[in-house]
Design a protein around this ligand. Structure first.
Ligand SMILES: [Zn+2]
Length: 100
């Protein structure tokens, strides 16, 4: 899907339609692996019985991706108030590009 660089859409801060500059939302890079909080969490999960019913911190298991496509999310920046909000396109697509 190709998206234009500027679109006119509703701004929840201005409460009306304004011009927005469009960029594509990307997931932030991985958390710091050796940060204090990560080391503490790792220590906490050590030993037996950490995954049970009464565990304080469940281990999130990453599933293998069942789907090939992703839902596109746009980051919209209002040209009048300079605030940013996201807009999900709702559709699944393999590729999301900005129009040149
Ligand atoms: Zn605005």
């Amino acid at each position: 899907m190709i998206v234009p660089k500027t679109i006119r859409t509703y701004c929840p801060y201005c409460r009306r339609h304004t011009k927005h500059t469009v960029s594509i939302y990307k997931i932030a890079p991985k958390r710091r692996a050796l940060s204090k909080g990560q080391r503490r969490a790792k220590r906490h999960r050590k030993g037996h019985g950490n995954k049970g019913r009464y565990s304080k911190k469940p281990i999130t298991q990453i599933k293998t991706h069942a789907k090939v496509t992703k839902r596109g999310v746009l980051v919209l920046k209002c040209s009048e108030c300079n605030k940013v909000h996201h807009k999900s396109l709702g559709q699944r697509m393999k590729k999301l590009e900005l129009k040149r």
